[in-house]
Ligand binder design. Structure first.
Ligand code: HOZ
Length: 436
């Protein structure tokens, strides 16, 4: 039972954060988790199990971040734990081929319709950086088009109108990124086919790739409008650019075969991360064999990594994907996430707040504006002050939401209808306290 006595600025967390700030920039290993944009300090997590987190002061939270996506079967799933425990005595890193890589590679190829070959890396950032290098080599072109509010990791070339922490902290473009590196990065608004068409027409022979999140998770949750993804595919074909789906968030989440299965799309390259590592650090990029065979050592495009294909990460990924294959998994995720989203809309109506929500599969988020939110530009209309108050109130109620307006929320198979009910009761209490 979630209590309403959780205190947000808990003593031990507060102490640890003060110490952390003297040791690490901003006290964290990744910016958004510092809770800056919601006007609070983070809690320090002691343990996680199923749909719950416990902080170092013993407070329990219903968790809607799920380690930013990977915990789709819940935290510390006993079967994932057991697989890891069995694997550890054999060694934690080989820096050499292992049979676990073959198993996970085959599972990814079987699952994701457009992937014929795959390369494992250690993060989504690495996957996206490598996919662009490959697209440039394959097409012999240099420019890329991304969409504002989409986030493809912290690689230099992507830090132009990026989502996630860049949007959360309101950073323009990061200092330290040479302008020569971003000179080839062009940006258009999400869901805006005429803008994409115009950009491609302006550089008809120069665009190596168009990269996008098929459902945006890094500017809040933003859905592709009907016909948008198909239109992007058509335009990339027309101009000879590769289409890269960044499915780091959506892969194995919106369907077993990701957004491309759900929306019936056939990108040239796909970037994966999060879920395929089962909570350990893994990324991957894959696609058509003719393109992937350009990657070293099969081809000339260099990309490498000591910990790539790490046996423990492969093991956790394999077990997580096996669990996701259970019949009914995705129907349940859809249903439980819709229950939360519709419930929040009802609670907002009942308490006199204007909100809108975007949900698909086990991804959702709310915005404090009338909407519709179809792009980063429209997401910025949300009342972020109100979001901050809502977030702080929900934390005090034992509900752990993404600490930024510009991040999606993730549900798991461990979330129950009772968790959703408790969350909605908490939301009703919190929204009742916030002036409309
Ligand atoms: N930027 C990632 C989410 N979009 C991860 C944030 C974090 O781990 O702090």
């Amino acid at each position: 039972m979630v209590t309403t006595t959780n205190t947000y600025q808990t003593t031990r967390s507060h102490e640890l954060f003060e110490r952390a700030k003297t040791l690490m920039p901003g006290g964290v290993s990744s910016p958004v988790r510092a809770f800056k944009s919601v006007g609070a300090d983070p809690v320090f997590i002691a343990r996680a199990q199923g749909a719950y987190l416990w902080d170092v002061d013993g407070n329990r939270y219903i968790d809607y971040i799920g380690t930013w996506g990977p915990a789709i079967v819940g935290h510390a799933h006993p079967e994932v734990q057991q697989a890891l425990i069995s694997a550890i005595p054999n060694g934690t890193s080989f820096g050499a081929p292992s049979c676990q890589e073959n198993v996970l590679a085959q599972m990814v190829i079987d699952a994701v319709p457009s992937i014929e070959m795959v390369r494992f890396v250690n993060s989504g950032t690495e996957a996206c950086m490598s996919a662009i290098r490959l697209a440039r080599a394959y097409t012999g072109r240099e420019k890329l088009i991304k969409f504002s509010g989409c986030y493809h990791g912290h690689g230099d070339l992507f830090l132009v109108q990026a989502g996630s922490g860049v949007a959360t902290l309101g950073l323009p473009d990061s200092p330290g990124v040479p302008s020569a590196v971003t000179a080839h990065t062009l940006t258009v608004p999400y869901n805006d086919l005429p803008a994409l068409n115009a950009m491609l027409a302006q550089y008809p022979d120069s665009i190596a790739a168009v990269i996008l999140e098929p459902v945006v998770g890094n500017a809040g949750c933003i859905l592709p409008q009907p016909g948008f993804l198909a239109g992007v595919r058509e335009l990339t074909h027309q101009y000879g650019a590769l289409l890269i789906f960044d499915e780091v968030m959506t892969g194995f989440r919106l369907a077993y075969g990701g957004a491309q299965e759900r929306f019936g799309m056939d990108p040239d390259l796909t970037c994966l991360g999060k879920i395929i590592g089962g909570g350990l650090p893994v990324g991957a990029y894959g696609g058509k064999q003719a393109i992937m065979e350009m990657v070293a050592p099969a081809g000339p495009v260099y990309q490498a990594g000591t910990l790539s294909g790490n046996p423990l990460a492969m093991t956790a990924g394999i077990k997580t994907l096996e669990l996701l294959q259970k019949p009914g998994t995705y129907a349940y995720l859809d249903q439980i996430t819709a229950q939360l989203t519709e419930g929040l809309l009802d609670v907002a109506r009942a308490t006199g707040h204007t909100i809108c929500a975007n949900q698909v599969g086990a991804m959702t988020s709310i915005f404090f504006c009338a909407g519709p939110v179809t792009s980063y530009e429209t997401a910025k209309a949300s009342d972020r002050e109100k979001f901050g108050r809502f977030h702080r109130g929900m934390m005090a109620e034992g509900v752990y939401l993404a600490p930024s307006q510009f991040e999606a929320w993730f549900l798991s198979t461990a979330h129950t209808a009772a968790d959703i009910d408790q969350t909605l009761q908490a939301a009703r209490r919190v929204l009742s306290q916030i002036p409309q």
